[in-house]
Design a protein around this ligand. Sequence first.
Ligand code: THU
Length: 156
Amino acid sequence: MDKTIVIDYQEYGSLEELPCEDCALMQRAIESTGAAYAPYSGFHVGAALRLKDGTIVVGSNQENVAYPSGLCAERTAVFAASAQYPQCRDYEALAIVARNTEGVLCEASPCGACRQVLLEYEFRQGHPLKVICYLEGGRVRVFPSVATLLPFSFEF
Ligand code: THU
């Protein structure tokens, strides 16, 4: 029997069309691209995670000459939040953006490993973690939950 998965998400024509707090979150993610350490890829990714109490924790990709030892911006942010604020392991929204070698802002969509990591926090908190992705030309795509981004995820 054939089955189909439908993914619900929203797109906005510009950052300013987002709710204020999500626009501000994306601005923090944009700033965070400046803290990326990406000498090998030249792809500077910034992430900003908003906790339920309003705290914002930022992350950026941190690369290493032993390539797999580096870490994506999304996991840098969420692991930092979990380590620094274990009492508020409750995440509302994550904004993600990248800057290419020319310094131009561009799209960043979480990789598979980041989706799996984010999903575990979402499962544990029992409510959705919204994922806000910058798109080419300043548009924005919003996924209402991490589960939306990773159907048939690994669990045991
Ligand atoms: N990267 C991220 O930080 N987040 C993503 O969502 C995709 C990829 C990083 C990993 C590596 O440092 C560089 O971007 C190129 O893959």
